[in-house]
Design a protein around this ligand. Sequence first.
Ligand code: R5P
Length: 317
Amino acid sequence: MNARGPLSGSGYVQGGGASLEIRPPSCGLVKVVGGSASLPLARALATELHSDFVDVAQERHPGGFPDGERYVRLLGPVAGDHAVLVQTTWPDLMIVELFLLADAIRDAGARRLTVVVPYFGYGRQDKRFLEGEAVSAKTLAKHIALDADEMLTMAIHNPDILHMFPIPAREVSGMPALGRYIKGSDADLVLAPDGNAIRFAREAAKVSGRPYDHLEKERIDSYTVKIAPKKLDVRGKSVAIVDDVISTGGTTATAAKELRAQGARRVSALCVHGLFVGKAAENLTACDEVVATDTVNSAYTKVSVAPEFAAAIRALG
Ligand code: R5P
């Protein structure tokens, strides 16, 4: 088992202080619960697993609490069942909702709780850069583990975070989903916008049956990146840029402009996590098409990673 890079399909990276605990096969039902950050993915996952979906009430009174605090109530039973809770930890309120739901599921008597965090927010603060800082990724890991038996996530900022979990924690690859999309498109080439994304491009290229190449990026600050000069064979071609995350869209836009300058006919940008913050919409006008998965819901969500998480859940045993 690879402890560093995500594996495709049902493959995963495992972290957690513990070695993989082999559990007996589920004897109760699998029930999927979706937090409000991840409802479409949770529903798709329930369909993939042929399992029940447990609805959640988000308000006790119409309009919710006047102070904006979250409220959750499970609308179906989970006692004795293997519950799968799906909730992205971004933006911040979704973290509170995750903890409320996990606690409610435990109190309702679930036999086992698998927490699926499609996009693990706070992954960038994975160490103490300055004295006195919180290691936010560890804080989240610790609190998720209070109720969860295991955690699955996707395209985490740093796979070492998985080792911060005191429970088995695994990374499932989202690249097969992007690869399937590319396979059905007119893309001639898959391109990684920087060195970090080469492993993603390689995997998406393998699934789609297209060749891949990469650029080298230098990050100047959170908003500015520079691409090192490199001659690519893209004249007249359709190119699919693949990355784990599009945040401000700066990386994607810089790569797209370089591709245009070298004569690319069409540029599409695909990512697992589409955050699209700041000037992302403006930056992404450099692309003909933008595609994101349902780990984070946005106007660009066109691909579901439910098959990838379903395979990983089936592999839990
Ligand atoms: C960085 O290494 C990541 O893989 C992404 O390229 C980066 O987070 C994208 O950020 P932005 O969209 O703000 O350039």
